[in-house]
Write a protein that binds this ligand. Structure first.
Ligand code: ADP
Ligand code: ADP
Length: 231
């Protein structure tokens, strides 16, 4: 079943402004891992904003989770190039943040705190940060910060994970490690992933389907199915 769908979507950031993306069609199946690759400025972040409901299309339709996107989506977890961890919160506190925000009733949060904390600790261990639960972001390496950031994106078990250049600032070795970690997480508990990157190698390593975009205005050039044997 189609989980994220773009039908002839165009977007101009202001009336009369040139189109940032033009006539984009996307069809992402539930549980699929797709990557969108293209040069800087081709509209990758714009696609993310459309899926997450931060922007509305100028033309066309965007659907996610079976309905038309019309405002911020709750089913999404997100991670970016900068880890965006709150500097005054520890790893555990950062990872638990989405649970605090999503939890509609404060009393429920208090009642379920021990349960949530156990879930957070388990996921922190799963991404290789055991022993760093009480450290602050500045005490972690760049790779560890991204592990924490991905952990935070997954803590409320989103059906859709959106990643915008999450490994862009890391060295090649750390990047490779995190690719494997992400692949493993996704294979254990399939959620749908949309990864935006300008690294074609990363896209091919991770995704089932790779969309390549061209610039001015941003269009989908090619859509390729990747059939590599997975490690
Ligand atoms: P990418 O993520 O591939 O680098 P973006 O989606 O950020 O590309 O940008 C696509 C185009 O839209 C670019 O020409 C960019 O300058 C423009 N753009 C992005 N954000 C805004 C904005 N908030 N206001 C106006 N133009 C924007
Ligand atoms: P992000 O990708 O982090 O969501 P944006 O790409 O929208 O952020 O850009 C960050 C800031 O720069 C925003 O305030 C946005 O409005 C502005 N911006 C980006 N590209 C342009 C552009 N081409 N023209 C005008 N403002 C832009």
């Amino acid at each position: 079943m189609s989980f994220v769908r773009f039908e002839s979507v165009s977007l101009a950031y202001a009336e009369g402004a040139p189109l940032a993306i033009e006539n984009v069609d996307l069809d992402v199946q539930e549980g699929e891992f797709i990557a969108v690759v293209g040069p800087s400025g081709c509209g990758k972040s714009t696609l993310m904003k459309l899926v997450s409901g931060l922007r509305a299309p100028t033309e066309g339709y965007v659907y996610a989770g079976g309905r038309q996107v019309g405002g911020p989506l709750k089913i999404v977890g997100m991670a970016f190039q900068a880890s965006n961890l709150l500097p005054w919160r520890t790893t555990l506190e950062n990872v638990m943040l989405p649970l605090e925000i999503v939890e509609p009733h404060r009393q429920d949060l208090r009642a379920r705190r021990a349960e949530y904390e156990a879930e957070a600790r388990a996921l922190i261990a799963r991404v290789g940060l055991k022993g760093f639960e009480d450290k602050y972001p500045w005490e972690l390496s760049g790779g560890m910060q991204q592990r924490a950031s991905i952990c935070r994106a997954l803590i409320h078990k989103p059906r859709l994970l959106m990643l915008d250049e999450p490994f862009g600032a890391l060295d090649a070795f750390t990047r490779e490690e995190l690719w494997c970690m992400l692949r493993d997480l996704w294979q254990e508990q399939p959620f749908t992933v949309i990864l935006v990157t300008h690294d074609l190698r990363e896209a091919v390593f991770l995704a089932d389907t790779v969309y390549v975009m061209s610039k001015r205005p941003g269009r989908i050039l090619t859509r390729r199915q990747i059939d590599l044997p997975r490690p």
